[in-house]
Design a binder for this molecule. Structure first.
Ligand code: HEM
Length: 213
């Protein structure tokens, strides 16, 4: 992968190049995620309340520990990710899945690699802030795919109002003098791999026909 020059730091070219690099590096991993049987039903007709709740539970299991990891590494308020896990918890509660939330086994929470450097932080935040694009797409589909009684239970998918968090991420990256884009890409790929693994475990426990709740 080519080095980004210091001259590019802080201008639009920097974020465009870095974003393109991260997108290309994670393209295959994203494809596996958006076709995963846990979340693929979100954009298909026939989505059930149970399938929707299972997907939200897995997203909660990802976002809640990751939000802590992000704020432990960097506690600058303007760069903090929004607390999306609390929106997921409210949606799950409205769906009647409070008990699953309360009893979520620790083994079903994301517990991937900690964040060691600003480059890894940016790579991992890219996966989460970039998922806002997927969330907007999914939100539009949910208007017709969700059973009618659940169509207002979309706090999480409604919770991506603008692109402020996306911009803040690139601003933060631009301020990091020793930024290493290879490390950022590796961290992004690793997080997608963790997500696939997490989704597999949730699917196994909650969605297989013989075990589905
Ligand atoms: C059913 C599940 C999903 C669908 C249908 C979906 C769909 C999409 C779509 C339509 C885009 C915009 C692509 C573009 O503008 O070219 C996108 C972008 C993205 N999604 Fe997903 N997504 C899903 C799940 C996820 C998940 C679970 C994550 C990670 C937590 C994720 C991470 C990303 C990222 C990082 C991008 C930005 C790629 C870029 O840099 O342009 N997606 N997704």
């Amino acid at each position: 992968m080519p080095e980004l020059s210091q001259r590019q730091m802080g201008d639009d070219g920097y974020s465009d190049s870095l974003r393109t690099l991260l997108r290309n590096a994670t393209k295959d991993a994203h494809h596996r995620i958006d076709h995963h049987p846990l979340v693929a039903p979100l954009v298909r007709h026939g989505l059930t309340a149970a399938q929707y709740g299972n997907a939200l539970l897995a997203l909660f299991a990802l976002h809640a520990p990751l939000e802590k990891a992000f704020s432990t590494f960097l506690s600058i308020p303007e760069y903090s990710p929004p607390p999306r896990s609390s929106l997921l918890a409210e949606d799950l509660s409205s769906l009647g899945r409070q008990a699953d939330l309360t009893n979520l086994p620790l083994a079903l929470l994301w517990s991937g690699h900690g964040i060691a450097t600003p480059s890894e932080y940016v790579g991992m935040r890219y996966v989460i802030e970039g998922s806002a694009m997927g969330a907007k797409f999914i939100r539009a589909q949910l208007k017709t795919t969700l059973p009618e009684g659940c169509r207002t239970i979309t706090r999480f998918f409604d919770g991506y109002p603008g692109d402020g968090d996306w911009r803040a991420l690139w601003q933060f990256a631009a301020t990091q003098g020793s930024f290493n884009h290879v490390d950022a890409a590796a961290a992004a790929i690793r997080l997608f791999t963790d997500i696939e693994d997490l989704f597999d475990r949730h699917f196994e426990l909650y969605c297989r026909p013989e075990t589905a709740l």
